[in-house]
Design a protein around this ligand. Structure first.
Ligand SMILES: C[S@@+](CC[C@H](N)C(=O)[O-])C[C@H]1O[C@@H](n2cnc3c(N)ncnc32)[C@H](O)[C@@H]1O
Length: 455
């Protein structure tokens, strides 16, 4: 029987969904942080549960060739990256295996998964910084990344995956908050003002959108902060206050007030320009997003002219990016998205880009999809679906199955729910293509474009 604090020498037989090493002791699976497949390691057992256990590395007896020294000094505690101790190319192999394992588990057969498309320079890639605010051990306001599996903040003044200008602006906001006694929100007492600092940049346009999430209506010295930031950083085009007074882990509240600028920024992806507002979803790695969208659209299959009679749906369309990318291959595209502000952006984005054959609907896909199919008497040929991490709901899968589409192009940021949904879609569809794209280097997250063909 495994017991807490027991020590063992183990072989790491695989890496798991969080990139952690996996060993077996007496048939029990043991998860070991920062261990790499192929290594021989002395471990100490940290926790034993019914069917598995957690251990930690005491000594690496035989190290993997893929092991490298992490370049970030908060890495071992940080809840952001979890693969910085592994050479980048090897992290891509681990991600491919994660996708293969998820598909194998659900579909009970081997599926060909393409090699993950990685980044040439996987550094400072995020266009969105999102730091919680709290207090440090000296009770001073601070911001940063949550340490792994906790809500304790690791003060973060530099981060190798964040856009450097976003980080610089966040540092300035923190400095201002300290100098002007702006209080930090306290998750226990539910008191204090500043909850989150969110900074987005349109990497191609350089335009910056600052959103301060508040637990109060008022932000102390708001006008001074606005002047200070916009004089120092002319790239800032909009500053917004978002109000979230609920006791919740959800970051953004429903209400936003613009305190500087027009309320949005622009970015460019491929040949298109996109307007982005504080509440709208926008992919966080713009370099890889172009690859992701081009990979998805390339699977439409027909050239621009021959396919023009076809109808496409872009479900969970955000600000309309995929639909707009695909619009030249279709007679008409319909997009559905739950966030009203994103749909306003999407409509505007179609206009800015002179895309006339696209129509957007705000609402829950589960409800709106069957409604518009009926109302417009739609017979779509192809759908793009790009749901949030929880994947598709059963009713939407049912609706999709009844449409008899030629192809489903399913884009997913969660291979587990992707595999679960494909298992249901397999009733009528064959999974033919699985192309993972590394949208989140150094983390164990992986995005996939998959293509399903009607049987
Ligand atoms: C992974 S994002 C994809 C957005 C877009 N396709 C893109 O690439 O930027 C998922 C989107 O689904 C939206 N969403 C979440 N639940 C939804 C629902 N039930 N119905 C419609 N949209 C939903 C989110 O607001 C978000 O914009």
């Amino acid at each position: 029987m495994l017991k807490k604090n027991d020590e063992y020498i183990v072989e790491i037989i695989d890496n798991g969904f969080q990139g952690e090493g996996i060993a077996k002791i007496d048939g029990i699976t043991v998860f070991i942080n920062e261990a790499i497949k192929g290594e021989k390691i002395k471990i100490k057992i940290l926790k034993v549960l019914k069917n598995f256990a957690y251990g930690k590395i005491i000594e690496i007896l035989e190290s993997s060739k893929a092991r490298k020294t992490p370049d970030c000094n908060t890495y071992s505690r940080c809840g952001g990256c979890n693969l910085r101790h592994i050479e980048y190319n090897e992290t891509l192999k681990i991600k491919k295996a994660i996708v293969e394992n998820c598909l194998y588990k659900e579909l009970k057969k081997e599926i060909k998964v393409e090699d993950v498309i990685g980044m040439k320079e996987p550094i400072y890639y995020r266009n969105k910084l999102q730091y919680p605010v709290g207090v440090d051990k000296d009770n001073k306001i601070t911001m940063g990344v949550y340490s792994a599996r906790t809500h304790s903040i690791i003060p973060t003044q530099k981060c190798y995956i964040q856009n450097e200008l976003c980080q610089e602006i966040a540092n300035d906001i923190l400095e201002f908050a300290r100098a002007h006694n702006v209080s930090a929100y306290n998750e226990e007492t539910l008191k204090g003002t500043l909850r989150h600092i969110i900074i987005r940049i349109g990497v191609k346009t350089g335009e910056v959108l600052v959103t301060l999430v508040l637990n109060d209506n008022n932000l102390k010295d708001e006008a001074k902060l606005t002047d200070y930031l916009t004089i120092k950083h002319p790239n800032i085009k909009t500053i917004a206050k978002n109000f979230n007074k609920k006791n919740t882990n959800v970051i953004l509240g429903d209400k936003t007030e613009i305190i500087y600028g027009p309320g949005f920024i622009y970015d460019i992806l491929g040949e298109y320009k996109f307007k982005i507002s504080p509440l709208s979803f926008y992919q966080v790695n713009p370099i890889q997003t172009e690859i992701l969208y081009n990979t998805a659209v390339q699977h439409v299959g027909a050239g621009p002219v021959s396919a023009r009679n076809d109808i496409a749906l872009d479900l969970y369309c955000g600000i309309g990016t995929i639909g707009i990318f695909a619009s030249k291959y279709f007679k008409k595209v319909y997009g559905i998205e739950i966030i009203e502000q994103a749909i306003e952006n999407a409509k505007e984005n179609a206009k800015i880009n002179n895309v006339e054959n696209i129509e957007f609907y705000a609402g829950d896909v589960e409800k709106v999809l069957p409604e518009i199919i009926k109302k417009e008497n739609l017979k779509p040929n192809i759908i793009f679906v790009d749901p949030p991490r929880k994947g598709l709901d059963k009713n939407t899968i049912e609706t999709i199955l009844n449409l008899n589409l030629e192809k489903i192009i399913y884009i997913s940021c969660n291979p587990a729910t992707l595999a679960r949904d494909i298992a249901m879609l397999e009733e009528k569809y064959d999974l033919k293509e699985v192309q993972p794209v590394d949208m989140f280097p150094w983390t164990s997250h992986v995005e996939c474009v998959t293509v399903l063909y009607l049987k």
